[in-house]
Each structure stands twice: as C-alpha cells, then as structure tokens.
Design a protein around this ligand. Structure first.
Ligand SMILES: [Zn+2]
Ligand SMILES: [Zn+2]
Length: 154
C-alpha cells in the first residue's frame, strides 16, 4: 500500500497520505506565487479520506482563488506553513502542498498550469504539458484518475 509522510517546517504537523495523488500539477498563477512567496506551488489533488493527520494542529485561513469562490488553507498552528487547500464544491477532495512531503520527488508535476503568468526568468522544459490557464481534466488525467475524481464528486 502506498503510504508517505510529510510535515511542516517546524515539524509539529506530521501527516500521512495513503494513496498516490489523483493528479499533480505546478501552478504558476499570481495567487500561488504570493501564497508560496515563491515562483510556483506544486499541488496534488487527492481524496480527503487518504490524508491522515498524525500529529499537531491545523488551523484554517481563507484565501482568494482563481475562480473567485475562495478556498480554505489548512496550516500548521505554530509555523503557519500550508499543508493543504480545500475548494468549495470539492468537499471530498483536498489539494496537498506536494513539497511538504518528505519525498516530494515521488510526485513530480504532470502539468504546468497558468503558464501565462509564469515568472519570465523561469525556464520550464516541455516534457510535460503546459497550459496558459487550467486544463480540462478529461484531456490529461488517466482513466483511473478520472474515475477517482468522479467518485469523489459524489
Ligand atoms: Zn509547523
Ligand atoms: Zn495557482
């Protein structure tokens, strides 16, 4: 069984994921650049039931989202690091901050999104698809991932 651990930078929050993500992408939107104080965020979509908090407390902050509906960010209570986000209408899913995994190399991005706002000095190689904005899930997810996504929407 797939099981991987992750933690925040202060180490108080520790979690396990019990499955591979449904899909992982690198988001270059200007909001993600602000949220991460960096060039982009790597995000992994997965079922909430496959995430378990092992230690520490998560607090919630609200933030804007590209859709305008906003989203909830779960953070370490102590250091404030983001662990995952939740979006309205996707109640059974969470969007993990992939690089909080201890072995984040395991889930490289499968797409770059919002490349239209990518920082100009950042060169991305073209061996994975990039999109000016978001993608249509049907065109890029594996059939297995589409299935998992649809089940989670129910
Ligand atoms: Zn922390
Ligand atoms: Zn983004």
């Amino acid at each position: 069984m797939t099981k991987h651990n992750g933690e925040c930078s202060c180490g108080q929050v520790q979690y396990t994921i019990n499955s591979d993500p449904i899909f992982t992408h690198a988001c270059h939107c200007t909001l993600c650049q602000r949220y991460s104080a960096s060039a982009f965020i790597v995000h992994s979509l997965m079922e909430k039931t496959n995430f378990s908090l092992e230690r520490g407390n998560l607090i919630e902050t609200m933030g804007p989202s590209g859709s305008g509906k906003g989203h909830t960010i779960k953070r370490c209570q102590t250091c404030g690091d983001q662990i995952y986000s939740q979006f309205s209408g996707l109640d059974n899913l969470l969007v993990l901050k992939t690089t909080t995994l201890n072995d984040a190399n395991r889930y490289p991005p499968q797409a770059h999104i919002f490349v239209k706002s990518k920082l100009s000095w950042l060169k991305i190689c073209d061996d994975i698809p990039s999109f000016d904005a978001f993608y249509r899930r049907e065109e890029i997810y594996s059939s297995e991932s589409i299935k998992r996504f649809k089940i989670a929407l129910k």
